[in-house]
Design a protein around this ligand. Structure first.
Ligand SMILES: *[C@@H]1O[C@H](CO)[C@@H](O)[C@H](O)[C@H]1NC(C)=O
Length: 289
């Protein structure tokens, strides 16, 4: 009995540690650092990735896989302190002149002043669908989960499980929807002090460099697209098996209420209410809400 106890107490931590590592994502497997000459780094055996920015350069990475639909989570901890002028972009994008894109961009600020979370959706090369938010927490103090649910019916942006934006498939109203082009995940940290903070009024303070943003716990429930074949089956009617329930996921009434709470309290810009921009009338998707 005593020896069994000794064996268990010796090996349980090893087993538990092994299972945790085996189930966690690994940045070495899923991503490539694409630019920044050593400013982007994968650390802790692939559990952590950091991007750096200094006066000479920013840095970035991209996913190895291309995805055609998915529910993709990443935890980010943004540049702390005086991050004014810096932008951390985290997005999905396809290639070519009529590309599709789903964007999160985090616009830094002076210490204590709020970051802006900027979002956009491009379909077939056309964006102009910005919505911006403040967050209900300090995104530099800790890691938070930023998620994109992308299925054939809708795109939902979420923060810590709270939906902040929904872009529905309104092809029936003539609005193109991203659904035919596979996308990679991209992220970069760069200097945008010509526009990012208070519209470009506040410049990057290079005495604070290097600036660092951190990433962990990447998780993708997604259809991987490779050589014209989807890991989820036929592209036009992806199989909605139990494990791929996200492929038909929609907002339930609780989530819908949370979304309205965010819109009411934290949304600071919505292209759908910016009449100056659309003298000929709002885009069709705006007329719904
Ligand atoms: C930065 O702080 C100012 C002042 O509170 C605010 O108006 C602005 O929206 C904040 N965010 C950015 C990215 O400019």
């Amino acid at each position: 009995m005593a020896s069994l106890y000794v064996v268990l107490s010796l090996f349980m931590p090893v087993l538990v540690a092994y299972l945790m590592v085996a189930s966690a994502s690994n940045f070495y497997n899923d991503f490539d650092i694409t630019w920044g000459d050593g400013r982007a780094r994968i650390l802790n055996n692939g559990q952590l990735l950091t991007l750096g920015l200094d006066k000479a350069s920013g840095s970035g990475f991209q996913s190895r896989n291309q995805y055609l639909f998915g529910k993709i989570d990443m935890q980010l901890k943004l540049v702390p302190g005086n991050s004014a002028g810096t932008v951390t972009a985290y997005y999905l994008s396809s290639k070519g002149s009529t590309w599709d894109e789903i964007d999160f961009e985090f616009l830094g600020n002076l210490s204590g002043d709020p970051y802006i979370l900027h979002t956009n959706v491009f379909s077939q090369g056309k964006g102009n669908r910005e919505q911006q938010f403040y967050l209900w927490f300090d995104p530099t103090a800790d890691f938070h989960t930023y998620s994109i649910l992308w299925n054939p019916q809708r795109i939902i942006f979420s923060v810590d499980g709270t939906p902040i934006r929904e872009f529905k498939n309104l092809e029936s109203m003539g609005v193109p929807f991203p659904k035919n082009q596979a996308m990679r995940i991209y992220s970069s940290l760069w200097n945008a002090d010509d526009w990012a903070t208070r519209g470009g009024l506040v410049k990057t303070d290079w005495s604070q460099a290097p600036f660092t943003a951190s990433y962990r716990n990447f998780n993708a429930n997604a259809c991987v697209w490779s050589n014209g074949v989807s890991s989820c089956g036929t592209n036009s009617s992806p199989s909605t098996s139990r494990t791929n329930s996200w492929l038909s996921e929609e907002l339930d009434s609780t989530s819908e209420e949370k979304l309205q709470w965010v819109r009411k309290n934290y949304m600071i810009y919505n292209y759908c209410t910016d009449a100056k921009r659309f003298p000929q009338g709002f885009p069709p998707e705006c007329k719904l809400s």
